[in-house]
Design a protein around this ligand. Structure first.
Ligand code: KE4
Length: 426
């Protein structure tokens, strides 16, 4: 495949945009080479600036669960735009999307819309701190909740000391209130909770992790978190920016049968336009301004154009929940095909899958947390990524990402993906 125009566009972009991209993962740093510039997309296919057609497995990192340029969503956005895109005033459509979203997920009474998953998670933590009157939070190594300072933290020196910044610009003052635990390690969480008794406002987690590749919690772990939070008056925050409206109508709360105290959303809820959200019971949500003391705001929050995309998307999913089963079956089919090929090639691999989230790890150890995910062989991953790209298959350009299948993918597309893998010398 030829990527000349993409490379030329990348060189031009780098003159005006840091790293040539508006989000780092797009720059192919983890896999090498120049990123692909896309011209348009439809259904399961991307059409890049060099005229290549690619089968898409990132779906804009999750939002486009029904495929690109999905008619009902496009029509809703085009129609809404005719009457203005944003007013900075309340509109009926915000209530329509709020009512629909709340009707689809368990256990939530009210929802506030923002413009990204980062904003949703940042606001959820502020709300938890304001509601509980406590400062510290626990997050998990390898879980990503957006780029708010409180989340850009790596493990501190000792098991029970606070975290340290993992990005310049994040202060130690901020880092001291974020504690880091390991996914699927309940004992470690208990140790942190005991060492910080009475100081923890929240534990925030990706209930099915997608930012270490896909990692599924053990029953004991996720149920244990719920119990600890209930016992210790800590709010459990489910970051469902990836899983919300992807794993099922009710997201991870529904499929795991666990009730969180605050849930954050993004991606699918915006139908491909910038929408994030966070939700909780009335008692918690009413702590938010303007009625409550916890301040949170946004010029474009709930803007009718983004709301129209989200409403069209959730309406489709609410009226056709069989999509989730179809997606899970397609993901299982892809899983089986990849296992057969990599086994035949005698390549050590672990494949983690939950619903329509899946990831391939080139290691023979089970991938259950960030440390085990980091043991994947990145040289093999790079060969895999570029080998698939050369054959028209667009995968996430990082071993620490989940694939996001869209329901426009056909079984022929899945077979083409599996056959492309057969041709690669890993
Ligand atoms: P955004 O601010 O990017 O909308 O959402 C942040 C976020 C929060 N929580 C979870 C579980 C997430 O996965 C994300 C964002 N996901 C990444 C993909 N790993 C977005 C891609 C990117 O950073 O460009």
């Amino acid at each position: 495949m030829i990527y000349q125009r993409s490379s030329a566009l990348f060189a031009e972009a780098k003159k005006y945009i840091p790293g040539g991209v508006n989000s780092p993962v797009r720059a192919f740093k983890a896999v090498g080479g120049d990123p692909i510039f896309v011209k348009k997309a439809k259904g399961a296919y991307l059409y890049d600036e060099d005229g290549n057609k690619l089968i898409d497995y990132i779906a804009s990192w999750g939002p486009l669960i029904l495929g690109h340029a999905y008619e009902p969503v496009i029509n809703a956005v085009v129609e809404k735009a005719q009457n203005g895109t944003s007013f900075g005033m309340p509109t009926e459509i915000e209530t329509e999307l709020a009512k629909l979203a709340i009707s689809m997920v368990p256990n939530m009474d009210k929802i506030r819309f923002v413009n990204s998953g980062t904003e949703a998670c940042m606001s959820a933590v502020r709300l938890a701190r304001g509601y509980t009157g406590k400062d510290k939070i626990i997050k998990f190594a390898g879980c990503y909740h957006g780029h708010s300072d409180s989340f850009l933290i790596q493990a501190g020196s000792g098991a029970v000391t606070f975290g340290s910044p993992n990005s310049p610009g994040v202060t130690q003052g901020t880092a001291k209130d974020t504690l880091l635990a390991s996914y699927n390690n309940l004992a470690g969480v208990k140790e942190l909770v005991q060492a910080n008794k009475g100081e923890l406002a929240a534990i925030i987690i990706e209930p099915i992790a997608g930012n270490m590749g896909c990692i599924v919690p053990t029953d004991e772990f996720i149920k244990g978190l719920r119990e600890i939070c209930t016992q210790e008056n800590i709010l459990l925050i489910f970051d469902e920016v990836m899983t919300g409206f992807r794993l099922g109508k009710g997201g991870a709360q529904e499929v795991l049968n666990i009730k969180a105290d605050i849930v954050t959303y993004g991606k699918v809820i915006g139908g491909g336009l910038p929408v994030g959200a966070f939700a909780a019971k009335t008692e918690i949500m009413d702590f938010l301004a303007p009625d409550g003391p916890v301040y949170q705001a946004g010029t474009l929050s709930g803007n009718p154009l983004a709301m129209s995309a989200g409403l069209a998307m959730l309406t489709e999913l609410n009226n056709a929940p069989e999509v989730f089963k179809s997606l899970a079956e397609k993901t299982a089919y892809l899983h089986k095909g990849i296992v057969e090929v990599l086994t035949e090639k005698n390549v050590p691999h672990q494949i983690n899958r939950f619903g329509s989230m899946i990831s391939v790890h080139f290691t023979d150890e089970p991938v259950v947390d960030f440390a085990s995910s980091a043991k994947g062989d990145n040289d093999t991953f790079k060969k895999y990524f570029h080998g698939m790209l050369e054959r028209g298959i667009y995968l996430p350009p990082s071993a620490f990402e989940s694939y996001f299948l869209n329901d426009a993918l056909s079984y022929e597309d899945l077979d083409a993906t599996i056959n492309a893998l057969k041709e690669i010398d890993l």
